[in-house]
Design a binder for this molecule. Structure first.
Ligand SMILES: CC(C)(COP(=O)(O)OP(=O)(O)OC[C@H]1O[C@@H](n2cnc3c(N)ncnc32)[C@H](O)[C@@H]1OP(=O)(O)O)[C@@H](O)C(=O)NCCC(=O)NCCS
Length: 181
């Protein structure tokens, strides 16, 4: 199971040991506002952990917890998973953070390394991301990653703003970033 690192974060595959940190985040209605629309119960978070552990074993990718390296605290979570949780679909990238850690660039930092994992390690052809049409923060992370808006589509029983990028987009972006350095 793959641990990813960035300048400020360590992304660890979710385990039972992350329960309290994940529940603290998922039980905040502000965090869940555009995801399920309601705070997680302890049972919801436990069920998520069980689902995710099974996916890591079956597919070799799923959700990571984000640990801030400086404090060693769990400050967020993110995923590479099959869109709609259906292996017939392309891969999706997703993220959420504890509210006190918003707007400090953490989601974008984690998104870079998760997208690199999807394209460079899993050799994905495409990466998708979906969010509630009013979730400006999440849409910004998608745009900053280089994803393009493809309209509103129905996913997870919701109308969602849908963004995609291809492996060619990712390669072109990596080349452009390297030459800008
Ligand atoms: C979505 C979320 C993960 C974004 O995390 P974040 O670390 O604050 O995002 P970043 O700091 O990397 O910001 C990325 C860009 O979006 C912008 N942005 C962040 N929050 C914003 C907001 N509320 N409104 C408008 N723009 C916003 C930032 O300014 C930044 O752009 P910039 O670099 O040009 O300034 C965070 O808001 C969150 O956890 N929300 C609740 C859970 C959620 O909805 N997850 C997504 C489900 S699809």
């Amino acid at each position: 199971m793959t641990i990813l690192t960035t300048k400020r974060l360590r992304l660890e595959p979710i385990t039972d040991a992350h329960f309290e940190g994940l529940f603290a985040m998922n039980s905040d209605p502000a965090v869940m506002r555009y995801i399920t629309g309601k705070a997680d119960t302890r049972e919801d978070t436990q069920a998520m952990i069980e689902r995710v552990k099974a996916r890591w074993l079956e597919y070799g990718f799923s959700w990571w917890s984000f640990f801030e390296r400086e404090s060693n605290q769990l400050i967020g979570a993110g995923c590479i998973q099959y869109l709609g949780r259906d292996p017939a679909n392309p891969l999706e990238i997703g993220w959420r953070l504890r509210q006190d850690k918003w707007r400090q660039g953490f989601a974008s930092e984690a998104a870079e390394v998760m997208a690199a994992f999807a394209f460079d390690h899993l050799h994905a052809d495409q990466l998708w991301a979906v969010c509630h049409p009013e979730n400006a923060a999440s849409a910004h992370v998608m745009q900053k990653l280089g994803m393009q808006f493809r309209g509103v589509q129905r996913w997870y029983d919701q109308d969602t703003a849908t963004y995609t990028m291809s492996s060619d987009d990712w390669k072109a972006r990596s080349v452009a970033k390297a030459s800008a350095r």
